[in-house]
Ligand binder design. Structure first.
Ligand SMILES: Nc1nc2c(ncn2[C@@H]2O[C@H](COP(=O)(O)OP(=O)(O)OP(=O)(O)O)[C@@H](O)[C@H]2O)c(=O)[nH]1
Ligand SMILES: [Mg+2]
Length: 473
């Protein structure tokens, strides 16, 4: 994760906001409002099909069972989970009005408005995990539930295009699917104002993948293999696909598992897998465990966890918890979020801040001052990558197959100077200079016959990138 205080992107924007405030009047307040975006964690929205396991995963990532997940508790409003004390909530109406609401038992919220009139719910709670990322849970996408579907679409797509008040302003998305994504889902993703760089795919319910717990293959291993294939197929939509058992992650990260659960599970250790599942299937049979306990275990662990966790449970709850966490895939998800998603989410947030300044310049009497301030920010070396991201986003929409789109992608994902010109990271300096010169000449030639305004702008950015590299500076 980024360290905001030492980060040049933050420093440049913070400096720009101070200059904005120095213009006086209402711009002090505007600068503060934009500063709040700058100093808050990146916002990651979790989207996907109905019952894909979104809320379960949100709970696992937060480390507390706050999002509703039971069979009858479909998520029906978009909820923004962020760090803050005291634990509280506000309902934001479609008109932008905020209504404070009471939170019962840290969980259920009485809603003051009808669901269609709600844009989203802002929910604060003290949480170390939320200090790093704000998480946004959404109602499942499905053509069957038009109401829920439109709630998610409204804040994600319409909110962006039409009005700021009802938008949740996400910086990155986690997209959950439990098999191959359907066409309507990938179409929805394509309409989000993101690039594959800040969209992470998650193959959910990995513990019941394929033939499930009793199948010939271990479903978690099978899911991992399938995720690799999907990542290639979906490379135009997401930057990678991580397999996960949200259920095992939730149980092991929210303190739900007790020594009693482990002891009960351990009692099933001598039985054959088929006999174990039979006890769980048949309510009437008097198996080794009372029905209520069986139900609890199944709810916490799923069939896979019950069958494969028995031996581990003989070592106690801590051992079982550790096994669940390790097998769940949550570690790989955290790594993906920390490395790539968070990096591009920070760039995306910087883009959101510049867009806010553009908007302000449009309507404010001090527009000339604000305009020269944003031009100066966009021209600063610290924010160069934000400009590259903006050009990349525009090119993906207008001409994704154009060579410049690929060049912009190369620059964005590079971690070294050599990487920016498509060479291996350890390429010698003279090779980098030569390749940058070659790319510079090509970019200059391309400016003579461009196909769109987006390409014109992208070429200016490419030339600005290659020029210093081509002189070896
Ligand atoms: N076996 C298994 N069950 C899961 C997993 N994740 C979620 N579930 C179960 O699936 C059901 C739905 O999970 P939710 O997390 O509520 O799904 P959701 O995507 O938030 O659902 P909506 O908000 O209604 O769209 C619950 O009963 C979960 O316990 C998983 O990884 N494995
Ligand atoms: Mg849900």
């Amino acid at each position: 994760m980024t360290a905001p205080h030492g980060d040049p992107v933050h420093a440049a924007l913070d400096n720009g906001l101070h200059q904005l405030a120095a213009l006086g009047g209402d711009l002090v307040e505007q600068a503060n409002a934009i500063g709040t975006i700058l100093w808050s964690p990146p916002r990651v929205v979790v989207v996907g099909r109905l019952k894909a396991g979104k809320s379960t995963l949100v709970n696992a990532l937060i480390g507390a069972p706050v999002a509703e997940t039971a069979a009858l508790e479909a998520t029906n409003v978009v909820t923004v989970y962020q760090d803050g004390s005291p634990s509280r909530a506000e309902v934001v109406g479609a008109d932008g009005q905020r209504h404070p609401v009471t939170v019962h038992r840290d969980r259920t919220i009485g809603l003051p408005l009808e669901t269609p009139d709600i844009a989203y719910v802002d929910r604060w709670m003290p949480s170390a995990a939320l200090r790093r990322l704000t998480l946004i849970d959404t109602p499942g996408l499905s053509t069957l539930t038009v109401a829920n579907d439109s709630a998610t679409r409204r804040v994600m797509i319409d909110g962006f295009e039409q009005t700021r008040t009802a938008s949740v302003d996400a910086d990155a998305a986690v997209f959950l699917f439990d098999a191959a994504p359907r066409l309507d889902e990938t179409e929805f993703l394509a309409r989000l104002p993101f690039t594959p760089l800040n969209m992470l795919g998650v193959l959910s319910r990995a513990d019941s993948f394929g033939e499930g717990a009793l199948g010939r293959r271990d479903p978690l291993d099978h899911a991992a293999e399938h995720a690799t294939r999907l990542a290639t197929q979906l490379s135009g939509t997401v930057h990678s696909v991580v397999p996960i058992s949200g259920l095992m992650a939730q149980t092991s990260h929210t303190g739900m598992l007790t020594e009693q659960h482990a002891a009960a599970l351990a009692r099933l250790q001598p039985m054959s897998p088929l006999d174990v599942l039979r006890t769980f299937d048949d309510d009437a049979a008097d198996g080794p465990l009372p029905p209520a306990v069986r139900e609890q275990l199944l709810g916490l662990l799923g069939e896979y966890g019950v069958l494969n966790g028995r031996r581990i449970a003989t070592g106690g709850a801590a051992a079982l918890n550790e096994w669940l966490s390790a097998r769940s895939g949550i570690g790989a998800l955290h790594r993906a979020l920390d490395a790539s998603t968070a990096r591009f989410a920070v760039l995306h947030r910087a883009h959101r801040i510049l867009a806010r300044l553009d908007q302000l310049a449009f309507t404010h009497p001090a527009r000339d001052h604000i305009r020269s301030l944003t031009a100066q920010l966009r021209g600063s070396p610290a924010l160069h990558l934000v400009t590259v991201l903006e050009d990349y986003q525009r090119m993906l929409r207008t001409d994704p197959q154009a060579p410049v789109t690929e060049d912009l992608h190369t620059i964005l994902t590079a971690t070294t100077r050599a990487g920016q010109v498509g060479l291996p990271d350890d390429a010698p300096g003279h090779a980098v200079t030569a390749e940058a010169q070659r790319r510079l000449v090509m970019a200059q030639q391309r400016t003579l016959a461009t196909r769109s305004a987006a390409e014109d702008a992208a070429l200016v950015t490419l030339i600005r990138t290659y020029t210093p590299l081509s002189t070896g500076r």
